[in-house]
Design a protein around this ligand. Sequence first.
Ligand code: HEC
Length: 430
Amino acid sequence: MLIYKKVSVFVSAIFTLSLAPSALAQQAPAPTFAEHVAPIIYDNCVECHRPGSIAPMTLIDYETVRAWGPVIKDRVEQRKMPPYFIDKTVGVQSFEDDRSLTDAEIATISAWVDGGAPQGDINNMPAVPQFQDNVAWTLADEMGRPPDLIIPIPEPFTVPADGPNWWMTFYSETGLTEDRWIKAFETKPSAEGFPVVHHAVTSMEFPEGGGGFLSEYALGKTADINPPGTGQLIKAGTRLNWNVHYAASPDGLDRTDRTRLGLWFLPEGEDPEHELIRSHMADNEDLDLPGGQEVIRTDGYEFLDKNIRITAFQPHLHNLGTRQCLEVIYQDNRRQTLSCADWDFGWHIAYNYTEDVQPLIPKGSMMHVTSWFNNSASNPWAGDSRNWVGFGQRSTDDMSFSWISYYELTDEEYESAVADRHGQLAAGSD
Ligand code: HEC
């Protein structure tokens, strides 16, 4: 599996073809829970599918996993679970925190369900993973201290046991009296709120206007250290804007949450080599999404007057969105798709490129974002799909843009980064 993840896109495509799932299923005896399936589920699912966490059912013991078998098979084959929706067939393929299953893991789960979901030898069961502390700052060890600044949502928020999904907007004052550079950040629901916080997105509002995207929390992906040599500017007097998705607790209890954002700064007086920017790109605010239409496409463009290095891509759509692609159109008219990802409004996921493949884009290029929407009854998130929908702030309105994390490169830095990349390619790495 490790080897699979490391080989290049081209090699892995061939590898997958030669090990097509049906061939595996015919030749090998059916996989068993103890030997084959439990290790996949324990590594990739139980962080959310365990008692006290956010998912509707636990996936720990054999009987429960077996009972859910056909639904699990369906969700993993469609790549709806685990939630990580990057398209594996196009664009850049190497990401930090990639939680998706490999084709081989999906084939194993499917073959297990199709083969009658046998238990196997329970002596071979892996140990159930332990998740002891939902609220500790996981970066504290690596950063050598607790966060330098902790900013909670303004008031505790209670999610009733029978409540619907809530998308809350909150504002918190940071109380910062001077500009600082952010090195790392981590978002944490409170202990009691942990099972009801599905995601929390923060952005900064500077006192004189402007600001930018700050962080995205979803269970299993709570913290980020900015790439080496970069920092993100937070200005004195900044106000924090929170967008939090709450859903009723799977254990049937009312839950009160007070999610916090922890920030670690660069030492005072130390400037990073590059300012990391997280910003909207290629917004299209002229949306026309007629009722009853299943496939609607929109396009947005953004001209770059600087060279940039892209570190992350995060689609942003609302209820009706189904998919987004990010493409670059170079000045010589070549086009390259950088990434495509399916969209589910229940999950806001940032796809962080690994350093060796972060797209290097020359100035004069056009970023092109294509989004697809489904305003028909086949979209479970659509309200009344007879209604026309346009652009707006409410989640019942829609939006279309990408959050792009990047930093600018001088011409010299750009040339040297491109030369390094050619060197890597020549040396046969990804
Ligand atoms: C980051 C948290 C998370 C991870 C990781 C995760 N799930 Fe889920 N899962 C959820 C949540 C929350 C739901 C319910 C909401 C939804 O469907 O988005 C869910 C729903 C499901 C459902 C559908 C339940 C239904 O009632 O229809 C299945 C099946 C499922 N998950 C299987 C898995 C499997 C198998 C894995 C691992 C390979 C996995 N999940 C990993 C959070 C997670």
